[in-house]
Design a protein around this ligand. Structure first.
Ligand code: AMP
Length: 250
């Protein structure tokens, strides 16, 4: 696996790959990789000639007071997992490489996505996600891009971004990978104590039962929303230091 740290070198390598007539599959991540990320990489590996993974903790998608400065990191562990999954390129830019200036063009969420689920409570977050994905898509120029169903609203935002800005990328959405007790895997699960991890299992149980009172009865879990959008029932809750999300298709 080759580690690419600058935009010009990455663009050069991608151009060479495209000139060779190879297809590129891209998996954007914020690192601290787990089996959920690996499932996306495996799908890309199965469907594309060349697999690119990015690790970039994007400052513009964190709101004031969120965990940007202590977002979990495990670069050495990540590199081992990526090697094992036969990733070709790791794009690992610095903040300055992606945002050389603070005065950068931004995005606005469409009305249809503004007031649903996390769009309400994390105002500004998805605008940051769209901004960084637009940059990453222009740098990597993949045929397919891989996202997890766990971040359901994010998949809607990215699908709309791809359509509205004519990126011409095929978006693949992969199922949620869960821990044994049903808790959706997340880099933020690292924040949980054993007791909190146990308590957090109620999120998936409540989704399956369609019953938010199960969460309200769990003292370690502070419910943010339990909301239906189309055929998806989604939940967000604070458990200790972690803000967790999950969803099921009805
Ligand atoms: P993150 O590093 O949290 O930004 O996630 C990178 C990608 O992995 C996103 O598309 C997530 O939706 C996806 N992802 C995160 N957790 C899971 C999971 N448990 N199962 C499947 N995909 C996931």
């Amino acid at each position: 696996m080759q580690v690419l740290r600058t935009i010009p070198i990455t663009q050069k390598m991608m151009s060479l790959t495209l000139e060779q007539g190879k297809t590129i599959g891209f998996v954007p991540t914020m690192g601290c990789l787990h089996k959920g990320h690996v499932s996306l990489i495996e799908a890309a590996r199965a469907e594309c000639d060349v697999v690119v993974v990015s690790i970039f903790v994007n400052p513009t998608q964190f709101l004031p007071g969120e965990d940007f400065s202590d977002y979990p990191q495990d670069l050495e562990g990540d590199k081992l997992k990526l090697e094992r999954a036969e990733v070709d390129y790791l794009f690992l830019p610095s903040d300055e490489e992606i945002y050389p200036s603070e005065d950068v063009m931004g995005f606005r969420l469409p009305e249809s996505l503004k007031d649903v689920m996390c769009g309400k409570s994390r105002s500004g977050h998805f605008e940051g996600v769209a901004q960084v994905c637009a940059k990453l898509f222009n740098i990597i120029r993949s045929h397919k891009v891989y996202f997890g169903q766990k971040d359901y609203l994010q998949t809607l935002v990215i699908q709309k971004l791809i359509e509205d800005f004519n990126f011409g990328i095929e978006m693949r959405v992969l199922p949620i990978v869960r821990e044994q007790g049903g808790l959706a895997m997340s880099s933020r699960n690292k924040y949980l104590t054993e007791e909190e991890r146990e308590a957090a299992q109620i999120l998936y149980k409540a989704l399956k039962a369609g019953d938010k009172s199960l969460i309200e009865a769990e003292p370690l879990v502070e419910l943010e929303y339990f909301e239906r959008h189309g055929d998806v029932l989604a939940v967000a809750a604070k458990v200790g230091k972690a803000r967790l999300i999950d969803n099921v298709r009805l």
